[in-house]
Design a protein. Structure first.
Length: 343
């Protein structure tokens, strides 16, 4: 059954399937006056990772959904990655997930129900690791395989981490290396070497549960996860939302060691170019090829964290304790004409 290559049944893969930031802004432009509910603390206006609803007792409910097409060929691993990616949005807000329901689209005339079951089982395994329940879901007959979750979580209101509350002088950290989109594209093109096939999956299968602990540190000014818009896109959201600029040191950015080999083979996701077109006017690159890493769409990527100076030692200790590279790759400044400068 596993001779089948799931990645050959979709036109894109993982978070690289996301609609480009520019097109998404047009879609979300609201011509209808929204309902006004003061208990909705976070909605569409900030492009954050999850909606936040005040429960009136000092806590808030977090609600999010994420789904995509296969990013790996193994059905179980695909399901697990898709679920971990969806759960990450709760962690990125500083919250604790407690419930999930599945979203499944399946080409029933092309792929067997047994393979679909393995995908869902992978989702169940991810939920088990996160300590939550996969309580139900919805499925449709679809031309391409799709899987993901809608996830509900909870957070103390004083520990909500948003992507638009950063402060000047905050240092930037990333909890997973970049390059996943490059390696998964190499897989889809049939160019990924056997000895490299575990690298991207190994990164994508790691839960971002550390977000709950990071949220307890005073001095974490903003947090989000890096997914389909790449590091450049999600850092842009932080900068624009906080009215700041950023300086990043390319050589300090964590990158999967073999990514360069596949960039040289032109294993570049289409999403990379869509991302770059959306952000090129507000970014100064060190060199043109920087965009292939900075705009690489990440699936189940790491947390992007902005940390005030007084909290750096505590944050780095927590990262190291969890076997995460604790090296700042940049910092935030007062707003300048160039939004992001790469040095």
């Amino acid at each position: 059954m596993h001779e089948i290559r799931l990645t050959q049944y979709s036109h894109g893969s993982g978070c690289g399937c996301k609609i480009s930031p520019g097109v998404l802004r047009e879609i979300l432009h609201n011509s209808v006056i929204p309902a006004n509910d003061p208990r909705l603390l976070v909605g569409n206006e900030s492009l954050d990772d999850a909606a936040v609803y005040d429960m009136g007792d000092g806590t808030a409910i977090l609600s999010t959904t994420d789904f995509f097409m296969p990013v790996v060929d193994d059905p179980f691993v695909f399901g697990k990655i898709a679920a971990i990616n969806a759960i990450s949005d709760i962690y990125a807000m500083g919250g604790k997930p407690f419930l999930a329901i599945a979203v499944l689209g399946w080409p029933v005339n092309k792929l067997s129900s047994e393979i679909a079951r393995e995908v869902v089982d992978g989702g169940r395994e991810a939920c088990k690791e996160a300590g939550i329940i996969l309580a139900g879901g919805h499925s449709i007959d679809n031309q391409e395989p799709i899987f993901g979750l809608a996830v509900t979580g909870r957070v103390r209101i004083d520990q909500i981490k948003r992507n638009n509350t950063a402060t000047a002088g905050s240092k930037l950290y990333l909890t997973k290396p970049l390059g996943v989109g490059i390696l998964t594209t190499a897989l889809k093109l049939g160019r990924l070497r056997d000895k490299h096939k575990h690298i991207a999956a190994g990164s994508m299968l790691k839960l971002n549960a550390i977000g709950q602990d990071i949220a307890e540190i005073e001095g974490i000014t903003a947090m989000t996860d890096v997914t389909g818009f790449g590091l450049l896109g999600h850092l842009t959201e932080v900068c624009e939302g906080s009215n700041l600029s950023a300086v990043i040191e390319f050589d300090k950015i964590p990158i999967l060691a073999v990514a360069g080999e596949y960039i040289a083979q032109n294993c570049i996701p289409g999403g990379t170019y869509r991302n770059w077109e959306s952000y090129r006017q507000i970014v100064y690159l060190r060199e043109e090829n920087d965009k292939f890493i900075l705009c690489d769409p990440q699936t189940s990527g790491g947390l992007l964290i902005a940390v005030e100076e007084h909290a750096v030692a505590q944050t780095e200790h927590l990262l190291k304790t969890n076997n995460i590279e604790a090296v700042s790759f940049g910092y935030l400044t007062s707003r300048t004409e160039v939004l992001i400068t790469v040095i």
